[in-house]
Write a new protein. Structure first.
Lengths: 174, 551
């Protein structure tokens, strides 16, 4: 698996997380860990006394309010795309940024394609996990393909209407 | 007509570059059909029974003469010399080669057109009243709002992988020509003393296998907040719409299953989160778009044109055409000209490249360079001076476009059916042709008056049979093509879903059955009553008895 930072177009500053399954003992694993939402809800004590980075693995259809209680402890939320045609993850990321002000890493995992690249960045994703280097290259290329966008989003670049009216909204992106 | 600026042009060009690249990779075998599907769908390319098909967007049905000439050119060079207007104010080309698709898209971009989002689970082409800007019964021209929504919905980062396709219609008139209540979102612009200008919002309407009339979830959304309100609807739908079953994935099912009130409540909650962030940019944008719409420079004319009156008196054929095909314009001395693509026995919505060129010329010379596509698969010259009507009629005759049947029995909406569509159970075009032939006797057609017949080749209902006064649905019964009849539907402001009469008919039988039903109407109607009104008064029973006997 390869990681790509969607804003810096590299993997240099990204952390790799070890996925903890339902019955793994967290203490046995070293380094950053990625814990399922169900496990976290059932066993919130796993967060106690942890000083290392903790990531949460959420399905794209997870209700963002379920994640809220843990937000302050999380440095990563990995949003799982079950199928490339399932666009719920975009709304989830958007909500995590907008409604809950999450400033950590939001990572797209699962069935992500180059066609998603620009949309991921704009809905608030900051990184993506891809199967191989070729996919990373496709992603980089596709992030640059569209210079004009009509919608305001978590976006570093201005929208068409901002350009037209010479007005900057100050972007939602951190 | 909205004029693209450099930003609009860039969006379209960049999309084509992307698509060209993907097409080349598909043709060289790097991409599988499955992988290519996503890209081609975003660009309006379908895989049909015989070939790839390209569906070109005609936002809110508006065209200028250059654009129509270009469509004619595409039909001639890349297709078999004709195009097919759809029920969503789009045009389809059924025969281009895949390797030519990027070139066709370039041709379109040259006249500010595209095929973006005419396919796939995205927000589709925004439709609007085809009389927009011409009719006296509207609050304002709804097209600038439709353009605002078009831009907002184009390549939307959050709403490009919806559970299912999503259709939005806008009208500004109490008289509905857009089937607004049969859309995922239907918007009706209205104005009142206290609140000013805003939209009624309907959600969850639709045809297809489970038809629903849309529910009104808001009486008034101020113009400035419309995009925010639509965003709230889309976000709610994107999160909660069913993804387990494609047949249950439209928003209408979500609204139906949770109830319109509960759905509306969720939308309000989401809207209340977005609303504080709404700034003045959408309003400025709308103003800018309004300025980039070319509004015709209408002449100051008397409403009565003596030449027109004389021509009508001298030529009964012309008089009949004027009374059937022309509608009242908001400006004195002008008329809205309807152009039928339903010549008796022709394929509904089909038009040759030559006819497109001729119509484009007429539009340029006599209709302030505007031509419109309607959702009933016809065309419109929206701004014709009454004094020019006779010349225009002559021109239409020469183009084979003067068929005098708008709104009548032979003005049938039909889906492509088994002749083109992979999903079809039965042919629909030959049935439409046979019924139209049955009414080729104009005395009878005139006697019957307004009648909306709609035909779909399968339960997906692309021919809108549920919204027809008379609806016909093709079904497959043990390998045989059969047709079910339903009555009493309406796609207008009094939207209703037609009800099945019972047992189906074979291909010949269905044409006779339509005849029988029309006969019952003629027997029972009161003075001035149209088919739908009579049906609503007397109910289905007399029709069923005539069709099946009294059992
Ligand atoms: S109604 Fe059925 S047959 Fe007709 S176009 Fe739609 S899917 Fe095809």
């Amino acid at each position: 698996m390869e990681l790509l930072d969607l804003r810096r177009l590299s993997s240099a500053r990204l952390l790799s997380y070890s996925h903890v399954t339902a019955d793994d003992a967290v203490a046995d694993i070293t380094g950053p860990v990625l814990i399922d939402l169900d496990r976290l809800e059932g066993d919130p004590e796993v967060l106690d006394d942890q000083v290392r980075p903790i990531g949460l693995l959420a399905a794209g259809d997870a209700d963002s309010t379920r994640i809220v209680p843990f937000l302050s402890r999380l440095s990563l939320i990995a949003v799982q795309f079950p199928k490339f045609s399932d666009g719920r993850g975009f709304s989830l990321a958007y909500r995590l940024r907008r409604d809950h002000g999450f400033e950590g890493d939001i990572r797209a995992v699962g069935a992500v394609l180059g066609d998603h690249a620009d949309f991921l960045l704009r809905t608030g994703f900051s990184s993506v996990e891809l199967p191989n280097n070729a996919a990373v290259e496709t992603f980089k290329k596709r992030l640059d393909l569209y210079s004009i966008r009509y919608q305001d989003a978590h976006d570093l670049r201005p929208t068409a209407s901002e350009l037209r009216h010479g007005q900057s909204r100050g972007h939602l992106a951190s | 007509m909205y004029l693209y600026d450099e930003y609009d042009k860039s969006v379209v060009r960049q999309r084509i570059a992307d698509f060209r690249d993907a097409t080349e990779r598909r043709l060289s075998g790097v991409l599988s059909e499955e992988e290519f599907k996503l890209v081609r769908q975003m660009n309006g390319v379908y895989l049909q029974l015989h070939a790839y098909m390209l569906r070109v967007a005609i936002p809110y049905g508006s065209l200028n003469s250059r654009q129509l000439h270009r469509l004619a050119h595409i039909a001639r060079v890349y297709d078999k010399g004709y195009g097919h207007f759809t029920t969503r104010q789009n045009i389809q080309f059924n025969w281009p080669q895949l390797q030519q698709m990027p070139d066709i898209l370039e041709e379109l971009a040259g006249v500010d057109m595209h095929a973006i989002q005419t396919s796939g689970n995205v927000i589709r082409n925004i439709t609007a009243d085809h009389f927009a800007g011409a009719t006296a019964d509207e609050v304002d021209d709804p097209r600038p709002i439709a353009e605002l929504i078009r831009q907002w919905s184009t390549l939307h980062p959050e709403f490009s992988f919806l559970p299912r396709k999503f259709k939005i219609a806008v009208t500004a008139s109490a008289k509905d020509r857009t089937a607004v209540k049969f859309h995922d979102i239907g918007l009706v612009l209205h104005e009142d003393q206290t609140s000013g200008r805003g939209f009624k919002v309907y959600v969850g309407g639709g045809l297809g296998r489970t038809p629903f009339v849309g529910h009104k979830i808001r009486e008034f959304v101020p113009e400035a907040q419309l995009l925010a309100y639509i965003e709230a609807i889309l976000r709610t739908y994107n999160e909660l719409g069913r993804r387990d079953n494609a047949f249950k994935a439209r928003i209408k099912i979500l609204v139906h299953e949770m109830g319109a009130d509960a759905f509306g409540e969720l939308v309000e909650q989401e809207f209340s989160r977005i609303q504080p962030m709404v700034d003045d940019l959408p309003t400025k944008e709308l103003e800018r778009i309004r300025q980039r719409f070319i509004t015709p420079d209408f002449a100051d004319l008397s409403d009565t044109d003596l030449g027109l009156e004389r021509a009508k008196a001298e030529d009964p054929e012309f008089k009949r055409w004027v009374s059937r095909n022309c509608s009242t314009h908001k400006i004195p001395g002008y008329a809205i000209v309807g152009v039928s693509l339903k010549d008796h026995g022709a394929i509904p919505g089909d038009i040759t490249a030559e006819a497109m060129d001729q119509l484009a010329e007429l539009g340029k010379l006599y209709s302030h360079d505007e031509i419109r596509a309607t959702h009933e698969q016809n065309l419109v010259l929206p701004h014709v001076k009454k004094r020019d009507l006779y010349v225009v009629w002559r021109g239409l005759q020469a183009a084979g476009l003067a068929t005098t049947n708008l709104g009548q029995a032979s003005d049938i909406i039909s889906c492509p059916g088994l002749d083109y569509c992979v999903l079809a159970n039965a042919r629909s075009i030959p049935i439409a042709q046979a019924i139209a032939q049955r009414f080729a006797d104009r005395k009878r057609e005139d006697l019957v008056g307004a009648l909306k017949i709609r035909i779909s080749g399968c339960i997906n209902a692309c021919g809108h049979h549920h919204a027809g006064h008379i609806g016909i649905l093709g079904v497959d019964r043990k390998g045989e093509e059969m047709y079910q009849l339903s009555l009493g539907g309406s796609g207008a402001e009094d939207a209703a879903i037609s009800q099945s009469t019972g047992r189906g008919f074979d291909a010949d039988g269905i044409v006779d059955a339509v005849d029988t039903v029309v006969g019952i109407y003629l027997d029972h109607r009161h003075e001035g009553e149209n088919f739908l009104e009579a049906y609503r008064r007397i109910g289905p029973q007399p029709f069923k008895e005539a069709l099946y006997g009294t059992a």
